[in-house]
Design a protein around this ligand. Structure first.
Ligand SMILES: [Zn+2]
Ligand SMILES: [Zn+2]
Ligand SMILES: [Zn+2]
Length: 141
């Protein structure tokens, strides 16, 4: 799957720098939804010269290229990341434990969105997190 992602980037004319490769590798290796800092710590074990700024820059670029999903956790000013494998989807984020979970599809109607935005604005993408409480946190309440 690593090679799929590299191919996708190449198709889009994106250079595969060693830093980018390291970020993708680390995302593939770590458990789901690491923060940039967690990724950075992992990457630095093999590449101590790579700093957090570089990791952020590359994560943003990979997200722009559509190969990384970025999930906003509420209230903590934190983002977590995952490789965008498979199709476009969204995430459930628990306000209790802060854990994210993948939805397996997109419940958004693109035509409705375009209607809401009006004819003068062309929508090229959207992002949406669903906030709530997971089952574990609901039983604990
Ligand atoms: Zn929870
Ligand atoms: Zn996901
Ligand atoms: Zn969607």
């Amino acid at each position: 799957m690593m090679e799929d992602i590299i191919k996708k980037l190449k198709d889009k004319g994106c250079k595969i720098t060693p830093q980018r490769r390291a970020v993708i590798q680390s995302l593939a290796k770590l458990a789901k939804f690491p923060t940039a800092l967690e990724l950075c710590n992992d990457i630095r074990q093999a590449n101590p010269e790579i700093g957090l700024d570089t990791v952020y820059r590359n994560l943003n670029l990979l997200a722009d290229m559509g190969v990384v999903n970025q999930i906003n956790l509420p209230g903590k000013d934190t983002k977590v990341f995952e490789l965008a494998l498979g199709k476009h989807h969204h995430h459930l984020v628990c306000l209790g434990c802060g854990k994210a979970n993948c939805l397996d599809y997109c419940p958004v109607d693109e035509q409705e969105l375009q209607k809401a935005a009006g004819s003068k604005f062309e929508i090229v993408g959207h992002s949406l997190e669903l906030y709530g409480y997971c089952q574990k946190c609901r039983t604990a309440k």
